[in-house]
Design a protein around this ligand. Structure first.
Ligand SMILES: Nc1ncnc2c1ncn2[C@@H]1O[C@H](COP(=O)(O)OP(=O)(O)OP(=O)(O)O)[C@@H](O)[C@H]1O
Length: 363
């Protein structure tokens, strides 16, 4: 069962929202409604998030990301549609039932760290557990563990203003992890950080995720961040999800001109993998017969290029059991960099070079 499902979610702000949904369903656009003073923030959003997945919602400012996220944790009631969490319809829960789910099963990590300045790092990390009513010794033990997970062991007694931005965000992450919630909702969590620290946090999240296997919905306006983090990505525009897929789907098969224009500046060699460029291994070929360097299907194309420069023949792609599942000839890599999917064409008028005179070694 999916951990989280959104079924035909709509959120309309303003007058007569139900009528607005009917108009949207019968083809009216967001701009038509806006002319009447109504904002369609989210229009017909459907998707599911599997346990252990990082699901990224990416879009420009005003595209509806935060509104969507707030419907996923029940902070906002959808105008139409349902949110199912482990099969349970959040939209049908009582206020109390919803509070329980939010306190115990869902954690939020915000862009602005939302730390209490007059509480220690440990108390901040334990805050979610305090809300759950967990006794002090137990919550301090779990908060200490969570701080260790995010690399902040030893900082428990410090105050938030003694920490850098990146460290403060890690306290926010520790707070979310300490509650043992199954679902983490991260709203532009790394957007306020400097680029290098941001990258560091992305790496750390991916590293933690390998161990913890949480289900994460991550909101961002940054396509590169979406591509680095997302197992699946929903691209939003003007309230609608315009494409839903893996980073590879979006890069290789953009759904429309809007998505295509978005991906123009993405360095594809740092997103796409050997699996996208490899060809069938030829039986009896060199790739599986030698001890040269090899790659795995998920090696980034940029790294395959580096290996290819060191290996005198197509690079072998091996799976976890060591079997060759494909090869990457250098011409494929050059074609990839130059965005040329075709094979080399034979030369139609080879130029004959004059034969070189043999130069005697003794001369
Ligand atoms: N409470 C509200 N009342 C009226 N309109 C709202 C409300 N909340 C959001 N909106 C409108 O809904 C649309 C989507 O807003 P939302 O904040 O969800 O977008 P976003 O993609 O998260 O943008 P940002 O990245 O700037 O936060 C915007 O046009 C916004 O002005």
């Amino acid at each position: 069962m999916s951990r989280l499902q959104a079924e035909h979610l709509y959120k309309v702000f303003g007058r007569r929202p139900d009528e607005a949904v009917r108009r949207l369903e019968s083809g009216s656009g967001r701009d038509e409604l806006r002319a009447d003073g109504t904002t369609a923030a989210v229009i017909d959003a459907s998707f599911s998030v599997e346990p252990g997945q990082i699901f990224v919602v990416m879009g420009l400012s005003g595209s509806g990301k935060s509104t969507l996220l707030r419907m996923l944790n029940g902070l906002l009631e959808p105008t139409a549609g349902r949110v199912l969490f482990d099969g349970q319809d959040l939209t049908a829960l009582s206020a109390r039932g919803l509070r329980d789910v939010r306190a115990n099963k869902i954690s939020m990590v915000f862009q602005h760290f939302a730390l209490f300045p007059q509480r220690s790092v440990l108390e901040n990390a334990a805050y979610g557990l305090e809300v759950q009513g967990v006794a002090r010794p137990e919550r301090e033990r779990r908060a200490t563990e969570a701080l260790e997970l995010v690399g902040l062991a030893g900082w428990e007694g410090s105050w938030p203003d003694e920490l850098s931005g990146g460290m403060q965000q890690r306290v926010g992450l520790a707070r979310a992890l300490a509650t043992d919630a199954d679902l983490l909702l991260m709203d532009e969590s790394f957007s306020a950080l400097d680029p290098l620290i941001r990258r560091d946090m992305q790496d750390q999240l991916l590293e933690l995720q390998k161990r913890l296997k949480k289900t994460i919905v991550f909101i961002t306006h940054d396509l590169n961040e979406a591509m680095r983090l997302g197992d699946r990505i929903a691209v939003m525009r003007d309230g609608r999800i315009v494409q839903l897929g893996t980073a590879e789907d979006i890069l290789v098969r953009p759904a429309n001109d809007y998505v295509a224009s978005f991906i123009q500046d993405v360095d594809r060699s740092r997103v796409l993998t050997a699996a996208t460029v490899m060809t069938e291994p030829q039986s009896g070929g060199e790739a599986d017969a030698c001890g040269c360097e090899t790659v795995t299907p998920d090696t980034l194309v940029a790294d395959v290029c580096a290996v290819s420069a060191r290996v005198p023949h197509p690079v072998a792609v091996k799976d976890a059991s060591g079997g060759v599942v494909g090869v990457v000839p250098q011409s494929r890599l050059i074609g990839f960099v130059g965005d040329e999917p075709g094979e080399p064409v034979p030369c139609d008028s080879p130029v004959r070079l004059p034969e070189r005179k043999q130069v005697s070694a003794r001369a």
